[in-house]
Design a binder for this molecule. Sequence first.
Ligand SMILES: [Zn+2]
Length: 275
Amino acid sequence: MPLSTFHVYSPAEFTNWIRSTAFTRNITFIQNHHTFLPSYQNFNNHADHLFWLESMRSVHINERHWADIGQNITIFPDGFIAVCRPIDKTPAGIFGANTGAICIENMGDFDIGKDVMTPAQRDSIILTNALLCIKFDLRPNIAQVVYHHWFDRAGKRFTAQQINSGAVTQQQLQKTCPGTAFFGGNTIIDAEANFYPLINTKINALNGAPAPPVNITHKKVNTTTLNVRSGRGTQFGIVRKIPGNTIVEVFEEKDGWSRISSDKEEWVSSTFLSL
Ligand SMILES: [Zn+2]
């Protein structure tokens, strides 16, 4: 069997791809994982999507003795989304619970005190789960959007009571995957409070709710030199600098960052803008 070909997409490209591609496998649920390794530090030291995909594939083949990379989808800290093992192939995600699954590996270590998820990755995780729900007629609920942590080593589900009480972790019956800080926690209570509502909102938006009107405001740079970055966060590269007192157009504000281009990912910290 030939190994799968990796395809790395921006969120917009992935949206177009999943909407325009037909699949044949019967999909009944979505698994969410974190990679643990590679972590954010690994990716920040070497921000090369294909390098890390090949690296994970090598571990999966050589150490776990799988036929190919395990996951169907990898979501990177910069928000890029890679299709790995084809969607029409059963993944190796949760031992004993892979039939009918799509396996998403979110790159990073999302246990409490470890990697802090970037807004871009957060958006892509919500988007990907929402797009897959629409494509395969699934709902964000405990049967159809699941965490690895909820299954034992044979692929049998723990009870909600075991998961929500923390018994699973205390008894070291299973990994914390996708992490004790993944969208506020890895229990069922956490998923219902903090993850499913975001997916639902995104599903509604994707299903044709009108796009919010573009409201351009003009603001003034109130610092000596302002860094323009390629994403919402200081971990993103500086694409250019703007001198103080410049008037900029703000197209969108999110997470304390302002987008100052109508069509490009150009963001500045909102702290340094005044009306
Ligand atoms: Zn996992």
